[in-house]
Write a protein of this length. Structure first.
Length: 334
């Protein structure tokens, strides 16, 4: 008898969704017999919807706990508090709506916390207060509309922060002040229309900054003034029409600048003059109808210049292709 493979797949899916598990010590031992000695506990995609209080009690061997892609909605306050040696905790792709202040209590050795792709709307002020060793924090693709000044106040060792894909509209200009070691900051796919001019002042070690896919029309001309180490900057998918000549002045280590899909119609000849380490510029999908070849003088390391889907790229393609003629390494991509 022929059985349609699609039927089997759907049957498995229905079974998987309906068969939810309450994780307890006995089930943990069944799934992972070496749970009390192994440093890595991988429980991802197990359809766990609740965790019994004593499941992880006194398991000092655990350094990595993966609970991603389950059905978890909340935790009791002492679920993780005895995991004193844990370095990595992955709770991404669940159904969490808030982070209580006691959930992460005592996790002073935690370095990586992944909370991506949940439904988080609220984070208690003190939720991250004990995470003195945290270096990586992902909160992307949640439903956050507000980040308090105190949320990151004790995360002095943080190097990676992802807040992409939320509903953020504004931030206090001092919110990142404690994060002097931050190297990567993602603020893309939010609802920012403007940014406080002091927002990035303390981020002297920042190397990557994502601001794409917001609703930005303009930014203060000195908002990046302290980002001397920045290597990657995305301002794409916003509503910019032009930039002040001082906007990128201090970005002396920038090598990748993305400004595509805006409404830019004017490029000042001095806009990129200090970006001597720049390798790639993305200006495609804008409203640029003319551009002076002197814009690229001094960009000795430029390798790729994207200018497609602009009025100038269709009206004068030969001129566009000659813009990088002084730099043999540079290719104009239409």
């Amino acid at each position: 008898m022929f059985i349609n493979p699609l039927f089997l797949l759907l049957s498995y899916f229905v079974f998987s969704v309906n068969c939810l598990f309450q994780l307890n010590r006995q089930l943990l031992e069944t799934w992972i017999p070496t749970f009390n000695t192994t440093p890595i506990i991988d429980l991802n995609t197990r359809n766990i919807d609740t965790i019994q209080n004593n499941t992880f009690t006194n398991l000092l061997n655990i350094e990595v706990l993966l609970l991603n892609a389950n059905q978890l909605q909340n935790f009791s306050s002492n679920t993780f508090t005895t995991l004193l040696n844990i370095h990595e905790l992955d709770l991404s792709y669940n159904y969490l709506t808030f982070i209580d202040k006691n959930i992460l209590l005592n996790l002073t050795k935690l370095q990586c916390l992944f909370l991506s792709a949940n439904y988080i709307k609220f984070i208690d002020i003190d939720s991250f207060s004990y995470l003195n060793s945290l270096t990586n924090l992902t909160l992307d693709n949640n439903q956050l509309s507000y980040i308090d000044l105190r949320h990151f106040s004790r995360l002095k060792n943080l190097k990676f922060l992802n807040l992409n894909g939320n509903g953020l509209k504004s931030m206090d200009g001092s919110i990142f002040t404690p994060l002097v070691n931050l190297e990567t900051l993602y603020l893309g796919d939010n609802m920012f229309q403007s940014l406080n001019k002091t927002l990035f002042d303390s981020l002297i070690n920042l190397k990557q900054l994502e601001l794409g896919e917001n609703q930005l029309v303009s930014i203060d001309s000195f908002i990046f003034k302290n980002l001397f180490k920045l290597e990657y900057l995305s301002l794409s998918l916003n509503n910019f029409t032009s930039f002040n000549i001082n906007t990128f002045r201090n970005l002396i280590n920038l090598n990748d600048l993305r400004m595509f899909w805006n409404q830019i119609d004017l490029i000042d000849i001095k806009l990129f003059s200090s970006l001597t380490n720049l390798k790639e510029i993305y200006l495609n999908i804008n409203n640029i109808s003319q551009i002076d070849e002197s814009v690229f003088h001094g960009l000795i390391n430029l390798e790729k210049f994207f200018l497609g889907a602009n009025p100038i790229s269709s009206s004068n393609p030969d001129y566009v292709k000659s813009l990088c003629s002084t730099n043999p390494k540079c290719i104009v991509i239409l």
